[in-house]
Design a binder for this molecule. Structure first.
Ligand SMILES: C[S@@+](CC[C@H](N)C(=O)[O-])C[C@H]1O[C@@H](n2cnc3c(N)ncnc32)[C@H](O)[C@@H]1O
Length: 264
């Protein structure tokens, strides 16, 4: 096994060395197993992390099995008041990642991995990582991977990537279940190279009666619903600029660029 050059120890950011089918950190000597189809940077984290109903459901094996075909389309339909159009969503993600072409990208919180696999199949990137912290989701992603992505188990708050090593980051439908979105954004900004791309989707408030419904569902499901300006502010606070977005009801797809010019 070879280790992708973009990876580092998420605890001390030290260099990694291959150890059997896994990796060991040369800086702090931590060991990261790799015998399940992904490199596990959270070997001590149990099968359920995060707080609240919505975030904890992401660790269910039943949910992981039905996520792509039932769960996601259901929520997209309800939140957007229209039929899901995954092809259009993927084309918008690809367009937002145009400046990352030829470089390495990560599908952050990849779930069962369908977007990461399509990014890899597009042939536009030198390498595609899929990262999640749910054992159940990663088991699905690994089973369907066909060698397309480099899968890693990690926490968005402590990414196992070197600073400035990625050309682009995609985080589909995940912001609202992250335990600490600003810390995750800080990590995204750290790992993306200057001029690199970030594209993500989540729930954002509309107005009127619908706004009350959004707040009620978020309270029951214990996930976040954002204001678009809040997302814009969170990104710009960490040097992710040129924010733009597309809205469909309570869904928002938004993208930004890491400030600074790409190295020649
Ligand atoms: C709703 S799913 C999104 C899956 C897929 N990206 C999509 O577009 O539908 C949210 C994912 O975020 C992951 N997640 C939540 N908190 C995380 C964290 N702190 N670190 C890594 N992944 C996390 C969950 O395990 C879950 O797979």
């Amino acid at each position: 096994m070879s280790l992708p050059s973009e990876l580092c120890c998420p605890a001390c950011r030290g260099p990694l060395a291959v150890e059997g089918v896994g990796a060991a950190c040369r800086g702090c000597d931590r060991r990261y197993p790799g015998d399940r189809g992904y490199l596990d940077f959270l070997p001590d984290l149990g099968a359920a992390a995060g707080e609240g109903l919505g975030p904890r459901l992401m660790h269910s094996r039943v949910l992981a099995r039905v996520y792509e075909r039932l769960w996601r389309p259901f929520f997209v339909t309800v939140a957007s008041s229209g039929l899901p159009d995954y092809r259009a969503e993927f084309e918008a993600v690809l367009a937002a990642l145009a400046s990352a072409e030829g470089g390495a990208v990560v599908d952050l919180s990849c779930g069962p991995g369908f977007t990461g696999r399509k990014l890899a199949e597009s042939g536009r990137f030198s390498r595609v990582f899929g990262l999640d912290w749910s054992l159940a989701m990663l088991a699905r992603a690994a089973a369907d991977n066909r060698g397309l992505m480099r899968l890693v188990r990690g926490d968005v708050g402590h990414l196992p990537f070197k600073t400035g090593s990625l050309a682009g980051v995609h985080a589909g439908a995940a912001f609202h279940v992250w335990p600490d979105p600003p810390s995750a954004v800080a990590e995204v900004a750290r790992v993306v190279r200057p001029g690199g791309a970030f594209v993500a989707s989540t729930f954002a408030h509309t107005s009127g009666l619908r706004r009350h419904l959004e707040a009620a569902v978020a309270t029951v499901g214990q996930f976040h619903v954002f204001e678009v300006d809040q997302l814009r502010g969170m990104l710009s606070a960490h040097g992710l600029v040129d924010f733009d977005c597309e809205r469909r009801g309570s869904l928002v797809l938004f993208w930004a660029r890491r400030a600074g010019a790409a190295a020649a």
